[in-house]
Design a protein around this ligand. Sequence first.
Ligand code: HEC
Length: 102
Amino acid sequence: MKTSIILALMVLSFQVSAEGNAEHGKKIAYTCTGCHGIPFYQNVNPQYHVPRLGGQNEAYIASALKAYRSGERSHSTMQAQAGNLSDQDIADIAAYFATFNQ
Ligand code: HEC
């Protein structure tokens, strides 16, 4: 009985993660917040504007990251950041930043 409950939970959490798991996104977005999570949305050095991600539309964040990853959208910093992300990572990160909307 217990085993079947655990199995059901595992299946459930797997389904959630396929759509974008905000909890995992939070973990892997840790480095992103060094630039995107600071007050005034400015990088410390050099000083340039960093777009605000919190509360941004989930689909928009995911498509922006895929565009950086493929090189379709050019920005050397963000291409380096997005280069190693899997589709699942991107979905998770997008789900995480979108939670600031709620
Ligand atoms: C070194 C600083 C830095 C880090 C670290 C960084 N970013 Fe960025 N990010 C930027 C800058 C600057 C831009 C604006 C680039 C442009 O003009 O295209 C940007 C743009 C973006 C955009 C597009 C936003 C928009 O409004 O179009 C997304 C999405 C994004 N970053 C996500 C991330 C994620 C996810 C991570 C972590 C994996 C990350 N960034 C790490 C500096 C950074």
